[in-house]
Design a protein around this ligand. Sequence first.
Ligand code: UDP
Ligand code: MN
Length: 228
Amino acid sequence: PLPTIYAITPTYSRPVQKAELTRLANTFRQVAQLHWILVEDAAARSELVSRFLARAGLPCTHLHVPTPRRYKRPGLPRATEQRNAGLAWLRQRHRHQRAQPGVLFFADDDNTYSLELFQEMRTTRKVSVWPVGLVGGRRYERPLVENGKVVGWYTGWRADRPFAIDMAGFAVSLQVILSNPKAVFKRHGSQPGMQDNCTKVLVWHTRTEKVNLANEPKYHLDTVKIEV
Ligand code: UDP
Ligand code: MN
């Protein structure tokens, strides 16, 4: 059987949320054997996301965990609690059986994914890394590969990071996730393989412009309630 691709997506409420999720679902729907783990940054599952997933036509798991208020500040890592909740779900689900063939990656809701990326990551044995477009103040970042080994990182931002790679730039096999139960994203003290020699950009760290709602009415509201 095809290894399952698990995609963990943190997401939060904002005017463009449904548009982002729609674009992502349209991509994922074209990928065989993909399980979407959508984790809302919220105290409860929202109606918008629940309704959306019910109609998305995708195998999915809908989780939620709020980011503590003290961590909602510029300069602090985003979506840590949500990604960890996704990891915890994955480990819980597989606690009894031996690891089925599978691979996990972190799919932010605003990035742009080539379908080729999924073919490439599906056969990950341990960890795969690849280039990411439009990130780190450059056109792309990429792993530097020599004789099939990663020897460094082509990046313009904090090149001293031990793994100078964007969240969109790697996948990990389910086997590795399950045999390293303590591997999680940590808040404290943290700041903000098949690789074709990593010469192709198949994922882009796109960011959606903040939408202009300056003309939203304060009174004389529309007479129908419309979900956007
Ligand atoms: N995110 C979240 N809560 C937040 C901010 C972001 O869950 O308070 C999610 C967001 O939906 C996205 C991921 O975390 O899936 C990364 O956030 P963003 O795209 O804003 O960060 P950037 O691309 O700038 O690193
Ligand atoms: Mn983003």
